[in-house]
Each structure stands twice: as C-alpha cells, then as structure tokens.
Design a protein around this ligand. Structure first.
Ligand code: 5AD
Ligand code: FES
Length: 390
C-alpha cells in the first residue's frame, strides 16, 4: 500500500548503503544549494547562467536557512520592494501610451498586428490627433508620451521627426519616448536630434535560435541587438525586455535574457507574459504566467535598482490585479493608454487586452485608485532615469 505512505516517509524507505535516506540527503543538498544561490544573488545582484536557472526553477522552494516559511520568491520580493522604496519611495511614474498606427511591415509570429493578419482592422491617426492625445494626457498629469506603432513605412523618418518636434515644442516639459521598431543609426539620430528622449525596443529573446522561432527569417536578432547598441550610443534612455512564457522559451533562455540585459545596461526594462492572439500562428500556444512574470520583476529590480520597470498591460490582462501585483514585486511605472477610444480596440497585440473601451481619464483615475489602494501614488513627473550620484 505504498500509495498511501506520505511523501516524507516514502523518502526514508529508500536507504543508501551507508544507511542514510538517499532522497532526504539529496533534498538537503539541493536546499543548501538553493540557499547559497539566493544569498549570492542578494549579495552580488548577479549570477552565472546556471545559477539563474536554479533560482528561477526553484522560485517557490523553501529556503531553510531563512526565517520560517520563507521561499525564494518571498525573499526576493521583500528585497525588491525595499530596493524600489529606497530609490523611488512609493511614487509611481506614468507614461501616456499613444498607439498611432497598427500597420506593420513585419510578421512576428506572436503579434496580433503582424502584416500577415489580414483580419486586423488597420488605422493610422494624424499628427493633429496625436497632439490632441498629448493635450488630454497633459491635463491628466502625464509628463511622458510614448509614441508606439508597428513598423509602418507610410511614416517617413522626417514625418516622425516632425511629430516629435511638434510635441516637444508644445509640451516642452515632457519626455517623448518612441517605440517604432528597428531602424538605421542615422534615423535614430534624426529622431534624437528632433528631441526624442527615450526609445523602447525589446530584444524579445537574447537567444538567436529562440529568436528565429518567434520571427520570420527576414528578421535578424543581430540587427535587433545592434539597434539597441545604437540607441544607447545616441544617448536615448533605452528600454529592452522580453516576453515571459513565449513559445519555446526555456529557463535557460530567460537566464540568457537576464545576462544580456546586464551587459546592455538599459534604463528601462519591459517584461510581460506572452498572450496568444487568435489570428496568429501561435493561436494554440500556452500563455505565459503572471507568477513567473512577477518573480522576474523582482529579480530585475534587484539586478537594476534604478531601472524604470513597468507593470505592463499584458500583466494586467492575464491577471485582474496584475499591475498592482507588479508594483508589489518591484515595478514602478504604469503605462495607461491615451490613444483615441475609436482605435483602441484595434491595437491588439494579443487576446483580451484590457482598457480598450475606457476613455483616457477613466483609465487614469482607475489606475490612481488601484495604486492608492496598495499604498502607492501616481506622480506628475517625467520620471527620467536617475544615474547614481557619486
Ligand atoms: N503577447 C504579449 N506581448 C506581446 N507583444 C507582442 N505580441 C505580444 C503577445 N502576443 C509585446 C512584444 C513587443 C511589445 C510591444 O509587445 O514584446 O515588443
Ligand atoms: Fe484602464 Fe483601469 S486602467 S480602466
């Protein structure tokens, strides 16, 4: 009746030659190893690849040497929140996201606005509409505007530069962030000179083999990383990041992403769970999880105490209180949508995206309430990256 023996008793039944229970010994060794990895991470804020894998794979394991009931997750969460509070206090920065075009020349396999999705209803908004969004955002207290779109050849480099100039002219106390994909150095330079302060371009995955399973062969991971280097060299506050639980992703891939980010030294890091979209080749793939995303937010906060780390819309989509939980694991940025309500439901990178029906003001007050409820406050501030003062 072995079936009914409790697990811990079952361990003791298996004896090694010396008379000691093999499984128990293995457990002890493993627990010791996990505890060592955790304390090394908390001390150095960095690990080697294999240790990152151990950390991630054992995120819900107990850490016996710590206080009763502690797990890897709970220890990192406590540390992460204390890091965030000491750099930012309970202040949350907001970025007004303006999704100005959902046309895209690319065909990323995971993305709902990929060129191959012929069922997407395409739209572009005019410069005037963009400026109106900024106006509304400004009134609501936003001091950063993020212009996000697919790689849409309709917009020439000069057109984008013109839009950036207009925003900076009217709202000179605001930061402008661009998030419009891969471009050449000279284009990034033009936009930087036009006044763009920041740029978001997730590496998606640092592993070239994994990258090629998420993207068509026309897209190159080497070029993407080169873009990130160029953005850094041009003095943009640069945001990189990756999806959590994207198809084929292994823990080793995530470890590589962490190592890659450590080498790049971005000012912003965006991570969120992969969520399938019905009109993509990944329609039947499993979604990423909130629990792993949250754990990785705490890891990133410990690695990069000053980094601007959003609790993403994807996290809020996969779990009702995902954005609040994100903050409680070390995120300090929220990116509400400022796009005109008429187009919001069309910028669908994944299924069931939240906030597609709400007016900007509704999202803004909703988020204020949500943040206040967990003891944080949204501030009127550009929220620039603050270098450490020596
Ligand atoms: N699920 C989650 N995130 C996605 N993104 C694109 N498609 C999806 C999806 N299906 C993310 C990518 C991109 C960012 C703008 O949105 O990481 O860089
Ligand atoms: Fe958009 Fe709550 S944040 S409705």
């Amino acid at each position: 009746m072995v079936d009914f023996i409790p697990v811990h008793t079952a361990h003791i039944i298996t004896m090694c030659p010396g008379g000691r229970p093999v499984a128990v010994m293995e457990n002890l060794e493993e627990e010791k190893n996990i505890a060592t990895v955790v304390s090394r991470f908390l001390e150095k804020r960095m690990l080697e690849k294999q240790d990152f894998i151990t950390l991630i794979d054992n995120r819900d394991s107990p850490v016996v040497s710590a206080s009763a009931g502690s797990t890897v997750r709970s220890l990192l969460k406590v540390r992460s929140v204390s890091e965030t509070l000491s750099v930012f206090g309970n202040r949350i920065y907001v970025r007004g996201l303006i999704e100005f075009t959902n046309y895209c020349r690319n065909n990323c396999l995971y993305c709902g606005i990929r060129a191959g999705n012929t069922e997407a209803q395409r739209y572009r908004i005019t410069e005037e509409q963009i400026l109106n969004c900024c106006g509304e955002g400004y009134r609501l207290g936003f001091r950063t505007f993020v212009l996000q779109g697919g790689e849409d050849p309709f917009y020439t480099d000069e057109m984008i530069a013109g839009i950036v100039r207009s925003i900076k002219k009217t709202y000179s106390d605001c930061a402008v962030t661009l998030s419009v994909g891969e471009h050449e150095y000279e284009t990034y330079r033009l936009w930087r000179e036009a006044g763009a302060d920041r740029y978001l371009l997730r590496q998606e995955t640092a592993d070239n083999g994994h990258y090629s399973r998420l993207h068509p062969s026309s897209m190159s991971p080497v070029h993407r990383k080169q873009c990130l280097e160029n953005l850094k060299a041009l003095g943009y506050q640069t945001g990189a990041g990756f999806m959590v639980g994207s198809p084929f992703q292994t823990t080793a891939n995530i470890a590589d992403d962490l190592l890659y980010l450590s080498g790049l030294g971005p000012e912003m890091i965006g991570i969120g769970p992969f969520i399938h979209h019905d009109k993509t080749p990944f329609r039947n793939e499993k979604d990423g999880s909130a629990e792993l995303t949250l754990f990785l937010l705490s890891v990133l906060r410990i690695m990069f105490p000053r980094v601007l780390l959003p609790a993403t819309t994807a996290l809020g989509t996969i779990q009702n209180d995902g954005r609040e939980q994100g903050v409680l694991y070390g995120a300090n940025v929220i990116m509400p949508n400022l796009s005109p309500v008429g187009v919001r439901g069309k910028y669908l990178l994944y299924n069931n995206k939240i906030c597609t029906g709400e007016e900007a003001a509704e999202c803004s007050s909703c988020l204020q309430r949500r943040m206040n409820a967990i003891g944080y406050k949204i501030v009127v501030d550009r929220g620039d990256y603050m270098k450490e003062q020596n």
